[in-house]
Design a protein around this ligand. Structure first.
Ligand code: NAG
Ligand code: NAG
Length: 354
């Protein structure tokens, strides 16, 4: 459909709404029908609808409010601009949220700027009071002609990011494994990235890499080498905010070569994965002699490393493209020639939500 007739429908709709189908609406409807007939007659050159009587339908939005994510205590700004060459002066812009005109709801945090933009300060968002989240629309009215309604802009307020487990400094022996933790909760769930000496760590997924960020947010460093000795910190991002973790040191100690008890740095926890996605079962251990990691599916040792199963930085099990058959119990064993320790977990696979 070409823009002229869209604008016209908007006008009729707006007018009908305001006048409840009064004579003005009917008159406009007739005008629109006339215009449509005219435009059809001039086809295929659709652009000609802007001439003559078309000046009336050149009433459209040049800018419409966009979807946005904001944070509690923050600021929300929605922009809107409409133009018309009807010579009736600039259109009057108003706003509505979830179908309710904002002019009808007094709130001093909210103001409309001279150019029509809507500004909401000090965004409020609690479990039971969410006055600012919702669907916003801008309305442009030309006196005597009608009202057009903009697209719907979805406004979400992101929950604050909370550090659940802050990163602590660790000392590890050369050749061993270290885990730097970073657990941050929030809604939407934040994405964790890491910095080494305040510079972004570019992590690759090749099988030989020793460093990886795990789904839990932890940074695992395997087969520790002297250059790993540095300051690390994590950054948690969601669309609403960024949270920077504390600096933590990874100190690298020379390996004294004396037997050290095996211990899990991370035991595998229950994982629920969506059908068709990749699941990662986390497991890492430290000790001397440096332990190897074995995985079992039920009682059966996973021995073939292929498309289905692979290891992330030598210890975390990646199961590609999970199916119902992959549900069940798994265990992770850390073993050296003297000892072994085992931890069990469950993987459940959920069907895709329709
Ligand atoms: C209206 O003014 C505000 C504040 O000066 C500005 O940020 C915004 O972009 C303007 N809106 C439009 C549609 O130009
Ligand atoms: C673990 O240790 C037990 C003895 O404590 C031994 O029987 C078993 O074979 C070991 N398993 C592995 C995988 O090394």
């Amino acid at each position: 459909m070409e823009p002229g007739s869209l604008g016209c429908m908007g006008d009729v709709w707006g007018l009908m709404e305001r006048r409840r189908g009064g004579t003005g609406g009917l008159y406009l409807l007739l005008l629109c029908w006339l215009l449509a007939t005219l435009t059809a007659a001039q086809a295929p050159d659709a652009s000609s609808s802007s001439s003559g009587i078309g000046s009336f339908v050149e009433f459209s939005f040049s800018q419409e409010p966009q979807d946005s994510v904001t944070v509690r205590g923050g600021v929300l700004q929605l922009d809107c601009q409409a133009q018309s060459d009807a010579g009736a002066g600039p259109p009057l812009l108003t706003w509505r949220k979830d179908g309710v005109m904002l002019s009808a709801v007094v709130d001093e945090r909210r103001q409309q700027l001279a150019n029509g933009s809507l500004l909401v300060q000090n965004i409020v968002h609690s479990r039971h009071h969410r006055p600012d989240e919702g669907e916003y629309q801008c309305l442009a009215t030309l006196e005597g002609l009608g009202t057009i309604v903009s697209r719907t802009a979805k406004v979400t307020v992101a929950g604050p990011l909370k550090v659940v487990i802050p990163t602590e400094s660790v000392s590890s022996y050369l050749g061993d494994t270290a885990l730097l933790r970073c657990e941050v909760s929030g809604d939407p769930t934040p994405i964790i990235r890491w910095q080494k000496n305040r510079e972004d760590l570019a992590l690759t997924f090749d099988p030989d890499s020793r460093l990886a960020v795990l789904p839990s947010g932890s940074l695992q460093v395997s087969r520790i080498q002297p250059p790993d000795s540095a300051t690390y910190r994590c950054l948690a991002d969601n669309p609403g905010s960024t949270r920077t973790g504390m600096d933590a040191e990874l100190r690298v100690l020379p390996e004294p070569g004396v037997s050290r008890n095996l211990q899990f740095l991370q035991r595998p926890s229950r994982v629920t994965a969506l059908l068709g996605t990749d699941a990662v079962l986390e497991c890492s251990a430290s000790g001397y002699p440096t332990p190897g990691i074995q995985w079992r599916r039920g009682e059966e040792m996973i021995q073939s490393w292929n498309k289905k199963y692979s290891l992330l930085v030598g210890s975390n099990l990646i199961i590609q493209s999970v199916t119902d058959d992959d549900s069940g119990s798994y265990s992770c064993t850390a073993a050296n020639k003297n000892h072994n320790i085992t931890a069990h977990t469950e993987l459940s696979v959920q069907g895709k939500e329709k």
